[in-house]
Ligand binder design. Sequence first.
Ligand code: MG
Length: 252
Amino acid sequence: MKYIRFEKEGTIRYGILEGTMIKELDQSYITGKAKETSVSYSLSEVTVLAPVNPAQVLCIGLNYELHAKEQGKPLPEEPMMFMVSPSAVIGDGDDFELAKPEHRIDYEAELAVVIGKEAKNLTRENALSHVFGYTCGNDVSDRDFQKKDKQYTRAKSFAGYKPLGPVIETELNPNDVEVKLTLNGKVRQQSRTTDLIHDVEEILVKATEVMTLQPGDVILTGTPEGVGPLSPGDRIEVEIEGIGKLTNTVRP
Ligand code: MG
């Protein structure tokens, strides 16, 4: 099932996407209580929003071996966690500005996990049953601030630096899908989540040893190799098998 959050006539609405038709729901799908209404829309007549409005955005760094190598970093023994501001989240079709255009600012295609049930002290066995679904993410990163700060909050929390969407897919094996990023029509990242150093269950177990995750919280699972810099006017497409394509542009 593909869930979509959208705006129509000034109201934020929720629906199920079937092809190019949206069946409206009576409330947010994240509640787990949403029911279909008799209202439907064509995708072309609504404004797509980020599929979720998270209270927490947890990111995992260096979770693909070839990306850790290209960054010149050793492989982390455990999932390397950091938080970024939810105010950085934008949706499919939104553009964003390079806040410090004189810095090197990279794209990072990532599988994003959306939590569905309050999660604390999960086990490998029950971890995925606390997930609502999966979406495409782009962990846009200011490398100059990453180096200067030696941690990532400022580098990754500018407005627009966390595109998510376009939909949340609930039926997906998160540990075996292709993750691809295209920059101005050229493929720059192409890998599979089978290459994750720490898989989704492991991330959920280790994260919830520490923190309680709530429905709607998002985890970005790390980016594969092939990261590179963005310039004004760039068009970025993150495509994850089974989910869809998240398209954003850098404001010229
Ligand atoms: Mg990342």
